[in-house]
Design a protein around this ligand. Structure first.
Ligand SMILES: *[C@@H]1O[C@H](CO)[C@@H](O)[C@H](O)[C@H]1NC(C)=O
Ligand SMILES: *[C@@H]1O[C@H](CO)[C@@H](O)[C@H](O)[C@H]1NC(C)=O
Ligand SMILES: *[C@@H]1O[C@H](CO)[C@@H](O)[C@H](O)[C@H]1NC(C)=O
Ligand SMILES: *[C@@H]1O[C@H](CO)[C@@H](O)[C@H](O)[C@H]1NC(C)=O
Ligand SMILES: *[C@@H]1O[C@H](CO)[C@@H](O)[C@H](O)[C@H]1NC(C)=O
Length: 459
């Protein structure tokens, strides 16, 4: 094994020739060819046990309304193999801010598909995974080489790879690093990693602009999904204890609620739940929160903090999800921010400040790096909310939410009189061993009353 230092030195030497060019928006074909020859894809592996799954595969398709997807034969067949999430919302329009949200827990007012390089003081899921050395990667179809940062590929003609559909490449905290860009790879690397049993525990998969329905339609994306997933779901190495999410970045019709057709698949879906539906309210932020809860990771302190957890994970931790009244939920615009072109949101020079205190739905507090960077600053919003909102600009107001009843049959309470907090404490032996501190039960009740009050006041 390499030590981290030798590995870094090795990598920097390799990357030197390409470093100047790969940060450019529009590299020449010659520069791309040179980088392809020098930048080696990197495929770390890890084996950190999760509560509900040991691997998470996030696959995003593009721009389809819920009912259009539901009518597709291949998608409907896939839903029969897994759990259909009937209340999963994208968070805004157009594409790129949704991809950004999936990695950072916010989209900073982005209302466009521009070339963005998000400042290094914004943390992402990569920082969360690194706290427990959980190997992660991205697989972007038709990206010309690992760590490519250009706007698109090929440089002209029909789009295949586009940067706007690549979540982690948008962040300086990822691209400034010597190693991280090399974990952003193409499908050639996916099949190499699959064959050599070195797939990461978290991966984000983006098919090309035809396969993901962006430049085609749901028939093409449904066929691609069936063709791509069928052999993988049969593959013991890929599928064992793996949860696959097949979803869409956003719906196509902007004035409609941004509810996207989403399916959970893979070996981590219990047999008796195959072909069922789950109507819990989720957003793209719920996935970050669920990853954190599953592997005992901290929160980014942004909209992932209050987001509902996937039921599989919530059932394991005893967390009670919010019941969200979606009557007025559109989630089709965002609030002001520095990445706005003033198309669907307002420009503001202020970068949102995350929360630096609190447990969050995942239950493991806020990441140290976030606390260190934003220490002593007031959070911009109440990130305990399960719905991103902004009172000042009137975004997503009027959405009411309350805690589901503790007596929900989905919560496997062995002793029905045990409080939720007692349940959670009793079920986190690992955290107890580390000497984690829990709110006493009465403070917990006060906290829940406060949240309830806050949601009414804010909504
Ligand atoms: C995928 O990436 C690898 C490694 O960076 C590169 O050698 C290969 O040419 C790329 N494949 C495609 C289809 O672009
Ligand atoms: C997209 O990927 C498929 C294979 O998965 C390939 O046949 C096609 O040429 C690619 N690009 C475009 C623009 O269709
Ligand atoms: C998608 O496009 C193909 C070919 O252009 C066509 O045959 C098919 O009916 C279309 N599907 C939908 C849902 O419009
Ligand atoms: C969001 O939906 C509302 C309600 O249909 C609509 O008035 C508004 O224009 C939509 N926003 C965008 C960006 O289309
Ligand atoms: C984070 O970076 C942005 C852009 O450089 C800057 O405006 C902001 O003040 C920084 N925030 C903190 C807390 O350093």
């Amino acid at each position: 094994m390499f030590t981290k230092q030798t590995l870094l030195a090795f990598v920097s030497a390799l990357a030197l020739g390409a470093a100047k060019t790969i940060t450019e928006q529009n590299p020449t074909q010659a520069e791309i060819d040179a980088a392809r020859a020098t930048v080696l894809p990197y495929s770390p592996v890890s084996n950190v046990k999760g509560l509900a799954f040991d691997r998470f595969v996030d696959i995003w398709l593009e721009n389809q309304d819920y009912d259009v997807v539901a009518a597709d034969k291949n998608m409907a067949n896939l839903a029969k193999e897994g759990i259909l999430l009937t209340n999963y919302f994208a968070v805004t329009h157009p594409s790129e801010p949704n991809y950004c949200a999936s990695a950072a827990g916010d989209n900073f007012g982005m209302d466009n598909d521009d070339f963005h390089q998000i400042p290094a003081n914004v943390s992402t899921i990569a920082d969360l995974f690194d706290t427990k050395h959980i190997a992660w990667g991205e697989y972007q179809e038709d990206m010309p080489h690992a760590g490519y940062q250009g706007f698109r590929y090929p440089l002209s003609g029909p789009n295949q790879y586009v940067r706007k559909h690549n979540p982690l490449v948008l962040f300086d905290s990822v691209t400034n690093d010597a190693v991280r860009p090399r974990q952003i790879k193409n499908f050639t690397s996916f099949y190499d990693d699959l064959e050599h049993h070195r797939l990461p525990q978290h991966m984000f998969i983006t098919p090309n602009m035809t396969n993901d329905a962006h430049d085609s339609n749901i028939t093409v994306a449904g066929e691609w999904s069936a063709k791509f997933l069928s052999p993988l779901l049969q593959n013991e190495y890929f599928s064992k204890d793996t949860l696959v999410l097949l979803t869409f970045d956003e719906v196509d019709t902007y004035p409609k609620p941004n509810r996207v057709y989403s399916i959970l698949l893979g070996g981590a879906v219990p047999e008796h739940l195959k072909g069922t539906t789950d109507d819990t309210f989720y957003t793209h932020y719920s996935i970050i929160a669920s990853l954190s809860a599953n592997w005992g990771l901290p929160s980014l302190g942004r909209w992932d903090c209050g987001a509902n957890l996937l039921k599989q994970v919530a059932d394991k931790t005893g967390y009670i999800n919010w019941e969200v009244d979606t009557t007025n939920a559109y989630l089709n615009e965002t609030y002001p921010g520095p990445l706005s072109d003033s198309d669907y949101s307002e420009y503001s020079s202020k970068w949102a400040v995350p929360a630096t205190e609190g447990k969050c739905s995942a239950g493991h507090g806020i990441a140290e790096i976030v606390k260190k960077t934003y220490h002593g600053l007031e959070p911009t919003y109440d990130y305990d909310s399960p719905v991103p909102y902004d009172s000042a600009s009137g975004i997503n107001l009027g959405i009411k939410y309350h805690r589901k009843q503790v007596s929900s049959p989905h919560v496997p309470l062995s002793n029905p009189r045990m409080s939720w907090r007692e349940y959670q404490t009793n079920n986190q032996p690992e955290a107890r061993k580390r000497g984690a501190w829990y709110y006493p039960v009465n403070i917990e009740s006060l906290f829940r009353i406060y949240c309830h009050h806050y949601s009414l006041w804010d909504g």
